[in-house]
Design a protein around this ligand. Sequence first.
Ligand code: SF4
Ligand code: SF4
Length: 103
Amino acid sequence: MTTRTYLGIPRDEIPWKPNIDEEKCIGCGQCLEVCPNGVYEMDEAAGKMKIVQPMNCVVLCDKCMVFCDQHAITFPDKEATKRLIAEKLRARAQQPKTNDGQG
Ligand code: SF4
Ligand code: SF4
């Protein structure tokens, strides 16, 4: 198994994933219909949608949120997530390739 990455950053270091408000979710299945990535699975017993593979969510995608008429789906702040990604990319760019040469 290879580690999944986004722009070279391990995917699990980027906290971008949907969150479902169970109180609001009516189990209509719209989010499952629009997402091709296996993020969601219907909990038939509860009549609610659940998130089973959060890291399958495409970083900065929020398509399913638009399709939820109940406004049950939320995401982290997009601009804050972009800043976090930029910081991680800068940190990676500044990492020395070897431990010699300086000083
Ligand atoms: S679209 Fe919204 S209300 Fe419908 S199952 Fe998904 S989260 Fe629940
Ligand atoms: S944001 Fe996009 S990739 Fe993520 S769960 Fe929704 S539709 Fe799927």
